[in-house]
Design a protein around this ligand. Structure first.
Ligand SMILES: *[C@@H]1O[C@H](CO)[C@@H](O)[C@H](O)[C@H]1NC(C)=O
Ligand SMILES: *[C@@H]1O[C@H](CO)[C@@H](O)[C@H](O)[C@H]1NC(C)=O
Length: 310
């Protein structure tokens, strides 16, 4: 029900960031709602000690889009390929991810980047800036890996597929990153972030996502990061054949019926990213007890974050 209210909300802003700024911030904000006690403090302590980003009240929400800015800067160019995996499959006929075929960049791909930076959080460097950077990457890449076009090589992840959005020429990739979210939720501001986070958290706790959460977390083990991130990429990449490129969108107007099919998919993907990120951070920073592993098991989420705030 919340979802249908959101569907009617219109927003006109647009921006040029992967999974849109609002998408990444919402992944982080959803994750914050499911952290075990003390974990948020650990995250904030790392961010507060990071000289590059001195904020009065640092939060993973504030740094969720930093890796996009960094990869577009000269000194961060080397991190570009960490944001995706270029599945060379054959959509819409055959989808699939093959690590040896698809994760080929000199530095790897989003799957190996998740494993690398997870490992750096588990074994933190003496240099807190490096640990903070690893945290920002983990927060961001667990979002990117749920964006279907970040798991597809065709037309550079849909960047070269030109479509229309309210009559304007757009790239398919950008429509999935930003335009659908803006139309569904509103512009990238604090109100949109809070209302979308609330809607998603409610669906996870009591609504349409509740029964799916164990499946979303069926592979969620920081000690098996390459395998689990590969499973996530496969799960995301299926959507390319099931919806994104099922019928050729080239040149089509996507703000109507295509939007109505895409919006629930995107909301679900953002929810998945948030829930998996919470489970991941709880494993890394939570109490090192048996209990902390319950999140990755069949018992579903431990829900203990009462307040939702930005
Ligand atoms: C972290 O980065 C800040 C700003 O770039 C710098 O002032 C500080 O010395 C760095 N800290 C470490 C431990 O490298
Ligand atoms: C792991 O992260 C470090 C630090 O950013 C980087 O230098 C290295 O190339 C990364 N390795 C892989 C395989 O991604």
């Amino acid at each position: 029900m919340l979802f249908s209210t959101l569907v009617t909300a219109l927003g006109l802003a647009s921006s040029a960031h992967a999974w849109g700024q609002l998408g990444h911030k919402t992944v982080a904000n959803v994750a914050l709602q499911f952290l075990q006690p003390g974990v948020r403090d650990s995250l904030n302590a790392i961010l507060a000690a990071d000289g590059q980003k001195r904020l009065p009240n640092p939060s993973i929400v504030d740094v969720a889009t930093w890796p996009d800015d960094f990869s577009h800067s000269p000194e961060g160019k080397w991190t570009k390929e960490y944001h995706f995996i270029d599945a060379k499959d054959d959509p819409p006929f055959r989808c699939g991810v093959d690590m040896s075929r698809d994760c080929h960049g000199p530095g790897g791909c989003v799957v190996t980047a998740i494993a690398n930076y997870t490992n750096q959080l588990v074994h933190p460097s003496r240099n807190v800036n490096e640990t903070a950077q690893a945290l920002k990457f983990v927060v961001h890449f667990l979002g990117d890996i749920t964006q279907p076009l970040h798991t597809e090589s065709l037309a550079r992840g849909g960047n070269d597929i030109m479509v229309k959005w309210n009559g304007e020429k757009k790239r398919l990739h950008g429509v999935w990153d930003t335009n659908v979210i803006t139309k569904l939720v509103g512009p990238d501001d604090a109100n949109s972030l809070t209302s979308w986070t609330n809607a998603i958290v409610n669906e996870v706790k009591n609504g349409m996502y509740k029964d799916a959460v164990p499946e979303w977390l069926s592979c969620s083990d920081i000690n098996d990061a390459v395998n689990c991130a590969t499973q996530w990429a496969i799960d995301t990449n299926k959507l390319i054949c099931d919806y994104v490129l099922k019928t050729d969108p080239e040149g089509k107007e996507l703000s109507g019926s295509y939007y109505r099919g895409a919006a629930p998919i995107i909301q679900q993907q953002v929810a998945k990213g948030g829930v998996r990120l919470a489970s991941w951070l709880n494993q890394i920073f939570g109490a090192a007890q048996e209990g902390s592993h319950s999140l990755s098991g069949q018992d579903g989420l431990v829900l203990q974050a009462p307040e939702i705030e930005y």
